[in-house]
Ligand binder design. Structure first.
Ligand SMILES: *[C@@H]1O[C@H](CO)[C@@H](O)[C@H](O)[C@H]1NC(C)=O
Ligand SMILES: *[C@@H]1O[C@H](CO)[C@@H](O)[C@H](O)[C@H]1NC(C)=O
Ligand SMILES: *[C@@H]1O[C@H](CO)[C@@H](O)[C@H](O)[C@H]1NC(C)=O
Length: 145
């Protein structure tokens, strides 16, 4: 009886905890995204990738300047293509790098270039910095939990 009660109480808490975890997507043209420099290209009308259908909601933004995204959550996943290296900061602290490949990375299904699942559940500021002089970033979207 006691054990059953403890078990069912525990199950209810587990249920509440997993129900509270939800993913939200911020796409490249969302007001939560700030571009430090005027984007070089927005797609559409330009075609960022031969298979635009692979882009989240059919859009991406190409820039060679920093991109910042504000979100409130405990995890973040970044989807983009980059012609050269780029690095990521969270709340101003360097948190990761992506060596870069080609912008064609956006053609592939898997374009997750950075994730962090160990954040405190509060407001955060993610910044994406193209690392090299001629490094272009084709930013597609961010998912946060
Ligand atoms: C959120 O999305 C990421 C990336 O697709 C996935 O690994 C994670 O399990 C998702 N989390 C939730 C709570 O749906
Ligand atoms: C797709 O993009 C349009 C235009 O920016 C936006 O209004 C809409 O909310 C987006 N859909 C999703 C699922 O994000
Ligand atoms: C996640 O972000 C935290 C806080 O900025 C940082 O300390 C940690 O190293 C990051 N982890 C990963 C895997 O990037």
């Amino acid at each position: 009886m006691n054990l059953l009660h403890i078990l069912s109480t525990a199950l209810i808490y587990v249920g509440i905890a997993s129900a509270a975890l939800k993913n939200y997507t911020i796409q490249d043209d969302d007001p939560a995204v700030t571009y430090s420099q005027i984007p070089l290209v927005t797609c559409p009308p330009t075609t960022c990738s031969p298979t635009m259908a692979n882009l989240f909601n059919g859009t991406a933004t190409v820039t060679d300047g920093p991109i910042t995204v504000s979100f409130t959550g405990s995890a973040v996943y970044v989807y983009l293509g980059a012609s050269g290296p780029c690095f990521f900061t969270i709340d101003g602290v360097t948190a990761g790098t992506f060596p870069g490949s080609t912008l064609d990375e956006l053609n592939q299904d898997e374009r997750l270039v950075y994730s962090n699942t160990s954040l405190t559940d509060e407001e955060h500021r993610l910044a994406i910095y193209p690392g090299a002089l001629v490094s272009l970033v084709a930013f597609d979207y961010v998912v946060y939990t």
